[in-house]
Design a protein around this ligand. Sequence first.
Ligand code: FDA
Length: 319
Amino acid sequence: MSRFFDTALRPIITAAAASDRIRETSQRLTVTKRVVGRFVPGETEDDVLAAIRGSLDHGLAVTIDHLGEDTTDDTQAAATVEAYLSLLESMSRLPTTTPNALEVSVKLTALGQMLPRHGRKIAEENVHTICSAAQTAGALVTIDAEDHSTVDERLDIVRTVRRDHPDLGTVLQAYLRRTEDDCREFAESGARIRLCKGAYAEPPTVAFTDRVHVDEAYLRCLRILMKGKGYPMVASHDPTMIGAAHEVAAEVGRAPGTWEHQMLYGIRTDEQLRLATTGYRVRVYIPYGGEWYGYFVRRLAEKPANLTFFLRALAEPAR
Ligand code: FDA
């Protein structure tokens, strides 16, 4: 099943993320919304604040993603910035004494990177605005990784904004062939780097497409980040990557609090709590908002069990 899923089903599911027709149809289905609830706690700021409180109460740090991507409308990009500013203000009022427990995650294509004129400039200014608000709120900011065509510009924006906001972090995707070099650069510059495997459909010219090669690349990148001067954020649910993080951290003498685990809301929640109660720093990535379709489809494409969960719900009588 796993090989069939990897080679035949995953590319089809991932391609559906880009289809407007499939998006419009599935967003109308009540059952989709019901299943989405496993991965997305809700569409409103109040929904996500309740999820944040729940995570903090269990000793988990949080990073919040206001869902949306590939914006080609400047009003929409401005609305996304407003949503983050409002969220950060609300987050600043949350009762937490744990340092750096609060973070927001942002996608540059939601902040205007794809706008026809001055897209890069607008996205960069919007990142600056969000970083300044986050600083006031006592929260961190990390920029998500999207498809490979956006990486050069994203890393350039990160380098620029880090001059004013050195805490700004970003994601590096182990499946991209370039990522080992990017890890070296950002580890040397002391950056906060979230290392994930990568969730977009990428061609073999730029990415490892075989699971074994992706895992090997992840382990090489993990080692580079752990040995470096930055703050590694180990974003994986995979027991092999989690175990390797513990081993390499011990081997290079990294103290607790100088790196962390990260997992997605609704995935391996028991493991998140187990790691946190064992003394590891764990951050849960919580998405919210109405634009959940692309995020949801990427979760279905990651694991046969996630797809089965969705198909089983489709077969159940409507509730
Ligand atoms: P993977 O899916 O490879 O699974 C490996 C093994 O882990 C499984 O065989 C199983 O043992 C275990 N496992 C995984 N899921 C499980 C489940 N639901 N229940 C039980 N066991 C399970 N991607 C991207 O392209 N850009 C980005 O910006 C981000 N951001 C991001 C942030 C955070 C915090 C996380 C955790 C992930 C991302 N990702 C991402 C997604 C990432 O690239 C990747 O697609 C998923 O994390 C899946 O890969 P894993 O390493 O988690 O395990």
